[in-house]
Design a binder for this molecule. Sequence first.
Ligand code: CA2
Length: 142
Amino acid sequence: MLNGPNLNLLGVRKPEVYGRTTLADIEASLKEQAQQLGLEIVFMQSNHEGDLVDAIQQARVQGAGIIINPAAYTHTSIALHDALEAAELPVVEVHLSNIHRRESFRQHSFVSPQATAVIAGAGARGYNLALTFLAEHLAQQG
Ligand code: CA2
């Protein structure tokens, strides 16, 4: 599970937009959920685009799927698009907020064309929904 720039500030700043749940809370919840599903989950957050590309490349060889909130890089990063394309893994793109009812510059995602599914506006719960979906999707694929 990859989180992009500034998401380390979740729950600390701007609670009116992004809620009061911290990234550590979200990761703890997903770790527990993954254990119940019999899956291993690895967490990574970075404020740096290249580090996120490196993490996607690592997932390509070590992982079965990717949950990613690319944060502001959603709207700018062809590098993330290309890394996800090369990974050839199921990808769930998560946004805490509904990017489609926010500023126009948030309404285009370079990541969505590479996503199997997109969840936006469900808050922190969106990550749990993403993991539920990914587990079902992987089970279906065998
Ligand atoms: O809604 C989302 O999850 C976003 O990916 C969050 C990004 C934003 O650029 C996207 O358009 C939508 C911003 C994450 C910044 O998170 C903060 C958390 C606390 C305080 C300030 C920023």
